[in-house]
Design a protein around this ligand. Sequence first.
Ligand SMILES: Nc1ncnc2c1ncn2[C@@H]1O[C@H](COP(=O)(O)OP(=O)(O)O)[C@@H](O)[C@H]1O
Ligand SMILES: CC(=O)N[C@@H](CCC(=O)OP(=O)(O)O)C(=O)O
Length: 263
Amino acid sequence: MMPHPIVIKVGGALLDDEKAARQLMTQIKALQKRRAVAVVHGGGPLVETMMTGMGLTSEKVDGLRVTPDAHMPVVCGALAGSANKQLCALAIGAGMTPTGLSLMDGNMISCQAISNQLGAVGQATPNSSVLLELLIKEQFLPVISSIGCDDNGRLLNINADQAATAIAQLLGAELLFLSNVEGVLDELGQRFTTLDAMQLATLSQSGVITDGMKVKTDAALQAATELHRAVFIGSWHAAPEDLLNATTGTQIQPEATKAGEIS
Ligand SMILES: Nc1ncnc2c1ncn2[C@@H]1O[C@H](COP(=O)(O)OP(=O)(O)O)[C@@H](O)[C@H]1O
Ligand SMILES: CC(=O)N[C@@H](CCC(=O)OP(=O)(O)O)C(=O)O
């Protein structure tokens, strides 16, 4: 039986570390010989830089960037444009054949605005895997930005961890979140090797898990629970296979199905 595909989500700060980005692409090329791989990427720091350059400011609420529709040309330019093409170019540099995509391509992911307060910020739901399966079958490396749109054609900014969760659900894949930290850390900066839903809730309530890591662990818990397997949070300096073998990073365990609940 073919092993499950792997979705690798990379945080936008990777783009500020060209050496690490090139190393990661080399690892992905090696992994691609044995497993189907798709990359989902963020680009938060690039959005900040481009907004500042244009004299715009933005704030985050619970780790999500409040995005007026008028800011979408800049957000799209940063994520679906610059960040996506930089990563595709690095994939070419490592000898792969990337295809740059956004969530709406091939109707992969349906998106819906979350609230008026957040503006053009959406939540992501898996829709069609046809395009991704075609690309993966032909050994293309899908490189997917977290720009989506709703059914009326309104462009939406999706948090990239939530986008990666939807793509992993679409493919029934294993999911790795690669970031600038070695995993989820305790109040002393020590890495947790594994965390379950109850531990995550306690760590969030006590303010140990905050900001972007809160969004990431929420997304990881949702993905782990729906995919019935652990999801991995780790550093892009680690080899993806070491994360999959749990020799580094933090494993987020699926939530046990409540008694009587139909899964
Ligand atoms: N308990 C925690 N462990 C690790 N990082 C944490 C924790 N709580 C908050 N963070 C912050 O979350 C950041 C990672 O989230 P984020 O910046 O959104 O990453 P990415 O851009 O890769 O998705 C870390 O750099 C750190 O500043
Ligand atoms: C709604 C929302 O917060 N969107 C994110 C999308 C990019 C992202 O998530 O990038 P990282 O993975 O680098 O954090 C943003 O605008 O920053």
